[in-house]
Design a protein around this ligand. Sequence first.
Ligand code: FAD
Ligand code: FO1
Length: 449
Amino acid sequence: MRPERITQLQPGDSGGKGPVIYWMSRDQRTSDNWALIHAQNLALDRKRPLVVAFCLAPSFLGAAIRQYGFMLRGLKEVQKDLETRGIPFILLAGEPGREVPRLMEETKACHLVSDFDPLRVKRQWKEEVGREVSVPFTEVDAHNVVPCRLASEKQEYGAYTIRPKINRLLPEFLETFPRRRRHPFPWTKRVPRIDWDGLISTLRVDRRVPEVSWITPGERAAKRVMKGFIGRKLAGYSETSNDPNAGSQSDLSPYLHFGQISAQRVALEVVGSGPGGESVDDFLEELVVRRELADNFCFYNPSYDRFEGFPRWAAETLDHHRGDERPYIYSREDFDQARTHDRLWNAAQMEMVARGKMHGYMRMYWAKKILEWSPSPEEAIETAIALNDRYELDGRDPNGYTGIAWSIGGVHDRAWGERPIFGKVRYMSEKGARTKFDVEEYIKGNLGE
Ligand code: FAD
Ligand code: FO1
């Protein structure tokens, strides 16, 4: 395992006689999980039990039952898989800053391992936990092929430097995973039983955004979807992945967001699936470069979800056009209810509300129109994030904050011809969309009209 994946958050002393604990959060899977692999290596070296704990936060960035249901059903599978390997799974509930240190105390744990996540809320959780625990606390980047802390060298907009760097490092880091192992040092304490179905039905979260049924949560389903994509869709990815009617995206983002599948596993399978070519390159550009660029942006830019996070050229041009006449202005409610004058935009909003996954091309159009029809860029980014994180299964993710910042604030993009409201931020129009795909078919499919 490449040492660059590991960061010692705090040295601590060797700690109690108890287990090694892997505090699982972003990478909710038992296979191809570098954080779990590292935690098990530590426990094997110390001849100690290994315990995996997940802390269920009372709320998470506007997530509703749609997202919590998907996550909990996936965690139920994680628990079962771990138990077959002699590794207990403990579900904590409450603020991680309190619950994780309490578990460390109760079990006299000797080492704490966490996975990597650039989001502000996650870094706060880790700071709180770090203050309370005195044993060694190690973080492992199990999400990125090229570890985020290595790829970026403090470049927050470095699309042009990071892309070549990731591509150069990819062959070294696209390593295969060791086989999953049973754990020989048993945990003899009682493990609280988890009533998963009871939890899902009683959880106090917004239930107005219902779970979806077109996608099955969990590690096994994720692997099936990956195999299906490689077998049936990958070959045509370059030509049709920008056509929302073609259904040729992988549909892996909900699984990647919840860590129910490893992007590295997907990349290994894609590379190993055949001779390569344009579609493979295009897909890996998205799966590895764009996705890891997003983690980098959120990690190094504290304002990743605000106007202040935009590159200077974009902030200046948007400032310059604040006073422009805005023929259409919509409120958060208008957007939420898909009550705009634009049938194509309304269709995209309805696809997201109904299905929990808007097509990638339409997300760009969707966010850019929110800029065009909002009183200010600040209100636009707020509206886009709120709706994205409320309805998307894959929302509340670095990809989302970066995708919205790309669309509204030119992050990782360049200046284009100047125009009202957008200034030099790239513009997108329905006319442009009509050159790419059958807009009427997409509207009919999502608005029924
Ligand atoms: P595929 O085309 O099959 O791509 C495979 C994987 O590559 C994706 O799962 C994702 O991990 C990665 N990827 C693809 N496109 C991008 C991209 N533009 N940026 C970063 N990674 C990418 N993605 C999310 O995961 N969550 C979000 O909340 C989200 N919000 C977005 C909002 C806007 C305004 C924009 C422009 C993009 C957003 N994206 C988001 C990125 C992208 O649209 C989705 O990742 C993609 O549509 C997911 O579907 P898929 O897995 O079937 O895509
Ligand atoms: N991570 C946790 O550690 N605990 C949670 O209770 C939790 C809830 C949650 C709900 C919706 C969602 O989209 C993500 C959620 N996450 C939670 C975080 C998730 O695992 C990812 O780590 C990040 O959202 C992606 O960076």
